[in-house]
Design a protein around this ligand. Structure first.
Ligand SMILES: [Zn+2]
Length: 375
């Protein structure tokens, strides 16, 4: 009997030990640094302004900035993952923003690495993937994943195109510990966001510093996931995903809930002035130039800060605020957006960090699915 035929177990969290992180104090586990008192230049409340304006903000950042996320950490066996409070109100979806804890991989990818392309042991990668799905009780769901290229292309997975997605994969499924794992290690579809109404399919993405963005429109029953590193953000991937949800499925932006997973904070994300020029429209990408319709949005959404170090002024890109701005400018309500509250580079014992581990890092998964009607 396939697991799919069995009654669905209790919802994730019911048998687990949640640790609420909202309104955290300095002693809570996701905090890398004690909270500093209102030293961040950007207010978390934007009642007087729709978004943080100004692509340039010269100020001194604290070592780590907590920005009001309301993540709830779940533990399933040794696996630890986080869930967003916004999404827990919707039993028809399941999701997990995973840490690196609880996986099979060895150093330097120790933990729950789900990327095969970086050189990790293949069997361990497969077992890690299965573990992540099992933690959410959706190990029988096929997974839709993408070949990430740091662009702003949004792929639409429609119910009648699922077979096409399946045959698009070089290797569709694997046998792992007597389970059939349908999560290809060789995706052929190049895009950085995916949206769907398809039930019983898990959207999966792996990252280590880039921002994993999740979307849910409970009115139209649409989910989405996007990958927003600096290049994708400079191409407007967050707004492009909202636009695609509206165009493909009739989603109204005000109905969409958007959550940003753990990723690198401006505390650790030094960038070159060339990066800033690309955001500000003073330079164009050699390939995949930012779509004309997103150029103003990208420029106006961009948030850079300068940290004054002993030997130089360090230019930092704030991916969290920049993506939040793009979501707000695309029409998402501020109260429907949750930010990470955890920097992957500050917390390398919890997350993988490409920057923090000098390019030798695994990738942790983000997973979002509309449940089958039967559970
Ligand atoms: Zn940091």
């Amino acid at each position: 009997m396939r697991q799919e035929d069995l009654p669905h177990p209790a919802p994730p969290g019911a048998m687990l030990a949640p640790i609420r992180l909202g309104n955290a104090t300095a002693s809570l586990p996701l905090r890398g640094q004690p909270r500093r008192k209102e030293t961040h230049p950007h207010p978390t409340s934007h009642h007087s302004r729709p978004y943080v304006t100004g692509a340039w903000c010269a100020t001194i950042l604290p070592d780590n900035t907590f920005r009001g996320a309301n993540l709830i950490e779940q533990q399933q066996g040794e696996v630890r993952y986080m869930q967003f409070s916004h999404y827990l109100q919707f039993p028809e979806i399941t999701h997990g923003s995973f840490t690196r804890l609880g996986g099979y991989s060895k150093t330097p990818y120790w933990g729950l690495n789900v990327s095969y392309s970086i050189g990790d042991d293949f069997e361990n990668v497969l077992r890690n993937r299965l573990r992540a799905l099992q933690a959410l009780h959706i190990e029988t769901y096929p997974c839709a994943t993408l070949w990430l290229i740091h662009g702003a292309e949004v792929a639409t997975l429609s119910a009648d195109a699922w077979d096409d997605w399946g045959t698009d994969w070089a290797h569709r499924s694997y046998q792992v510990d007597r389970h059939e794992l349908i999560w290809t290690t060789k995706p052929r579809r190049k895009a950085d966001a995916i949206i769907t109404r398809q039930r019983g399919v898990a959207l999966t993405m792996s990252s280590a510093d880039c921002v994993p963005l999740m979307f849910y429109d409970p009115v139209e029953g649409v989910i989405g996931m996007a990958h927003a590193g600096w290049r994708g953000t400079a191409r407007g991937i967050a707004a492009a995903t909202i636009d695609a949800m509206r165009e493909q499925f009739g989603s109204q932006p005000r109905n969409i809930y958007a959550c940003l997973g753990p990723s690198i904070g401006s505390c650790c994300y030094e960038v070159t002035e060339e990066v800033q020029r690309l955001f500000l429209g003073k330079k164009e990408f050699d390939t995949l130039p930012t779509d004309v319709k997103y150029r103003n949005l990208v420029r106006e959404s961009a948030v850079f800060v300068v940290r004054q170090l002993s030997d130089h002024n360090s230019l930092r890109l704030d991916l969290w605020e920049t993506n939040r701005n793009q979501l707000l400018m695309a029409g998402v309500l501020q109260e429907h957006i949750e930010l990470p509250g955890a920097c992957t580079s500050c917390e390398k014992t919890r997350f993988f960090s490409h920057r923090g581990e000098h390019g030798k890092a695994g990738r942790f998964p983000s997973i979002l699915a509309l449940r089958n009607e039967t559970g």
